[in-house]
Design a binder for this molecule. Structure first.
Ligand SMILES: *Cc1c(COP(=O)(O)O)cnc(C)c1O
Length: 339
């Protein structure tokens, strides 16, 4: 019996993919790196593979690509994170498409019968060629990445740089992609695909997001203890919380090792039957204490961490981080269930 379950709503995932496709009118490269942002790469990919509007998947490294093939995925798999020498054999064996963003990556696939995409750095300052043309008939696509999609002025400059690069190729490429989930706002008229992760999983990438997203994820864990503490009693490590009244303290089987950031200590809320219950005391590795006073909670009951009441984005904001980080921290000990 799992003590924590992440539920993935299949239909909501499908609906989000369809909405993103309808809005952009471009097929999707589904970003499933880092175990699909912690959601579960196998579960997510198998659902998305069935959709006509999903043309390809993107992962961070060759190993993730192999894992995806072994999970039975047969559509194109892009490896975003470049390519080191020694990894090239796996590209052929597992039919992976590398994103080349450095001369060294090109060297690694020299003479190989393989198509690839070329990445351009138009302002991200991470991976990518600057503006040089890669004259190679094996180039199947080119891409760039927004660094600050919520900054319109800067993003539009990136767009113009990328547009110039695309034009300079002078031949029609089957894959031209730049829009990430938040980047979708720019509705580019010269790209062929969108390359999205977060929005598929139902988390809003921008405050006024133009695409209606359905909630895909909910996360819950069970109470392993409920007991009353007297006033003036400390709770958890370092005694950062002291009860001021008789307090019904619940211990939920979910701690920072499961992905609940310690910065949410004395700060976050979980939900018991729709009612917010504050996290009290320091979050510990495997357990978190809650003030359940006024409820009739008992051992074995479920507490909602993410669901109707709060999203990963809400929780991330409280923790001073972004949903990406919170989600990718979800541990493997949480059971993933598709429903
Ligand atoms: C992770 C990533 C994406 C997806 O970003 P979302 O904000 O999740 O849509 C797209 N492109 C690149 C290069 C990435 O690294």
């Amino acid at each position: 019996m799992p003590r924590a379950i992440l539920t993935i709503k299949r239909q909501a995932l499908i609906d989000n993919a369809l909405s993103l496709y309808e809005y952009s009118k471009k097929p999707i490269i589904a970003v499933v790196k880092a175990n699909a942002y912690g959601v579960g790469m196998r579960e997510v990919s198998r659902v998305l593979e069935e959709l006509d509007c999903v043309h390809a998947f993107a992962v961070a490294c060759v190993e993730e690509g192999i894992e995806l093939r072994l999970a039975g995925i047969s559509k194109k798999i892009l490896v975003l994170g470049g390519l080191l020498r020694g990894e090239e054999k796996d590209l052929l064996e597992y039919r992976l498409t590398p994103v080349v963003s450095h001369r060294e990556h090109l060297e690694a696939i020299r003479g190989m019968n393989i198509t690839f995409h070329v990445k351009y750095d138009t302002g991200m300052g991470r991976l990518g060629f600057m503006e040089e043309l890669i004259e190679d008939e094996r180039v199947e696509g080119i891409l760039s990445h927004f660094s600050s999609p919520l900054d319109r002025e800067f993003s539009l400059r990136q767009v113009e740089t990328f547009r110039r690069i695309v034009m300079s190729y002078g031949r029609k490429l089957p894959y031209i992609h730049m829009e990430s989930s938040a980047g979708l706002l720019y509705r580019l008229d010269f790209t062929t695909h969108i390359r999205v992760g977060l929005a598929l999983y139902g988390e809003k990438p921008a405050p006024d997001y133009p695409v209606e997203l359905k909630r895909v994820l909910s996360l819950k864990a069970r109470l392993i203890s409920v007991k009353e503490l007297p006033p003036n009693h400390p709770v958890s490590y370092s005694r950062s919380y002291i009860t001021s009244k008789p307090t019904l303290v619940g211990v939920v089987a979910f701690g920072y090792a499961d992905g609940l950031m310690k910065s949410l200590s004395n700060r976050g809320f979980l939900y018991y039957r729709g009612k917010p219950v504050p996290v009290i005391g320091n979050i510990t590795m495997d357990m978190t204490m809650l003030d359940l006073t006024g409820t009739d909670a008992k051992v074995g009951d479920w507490v909602d961490i993410v669901g109707e009441e709060q999203s990963f984005g809400d929780l991330a904001k409280l923790a001073g981080t972004i949903p990406y980080e919170l989600m990718t921290n979800l541990s493997s000990r949480i059971r993933r269930e598709l429903c």
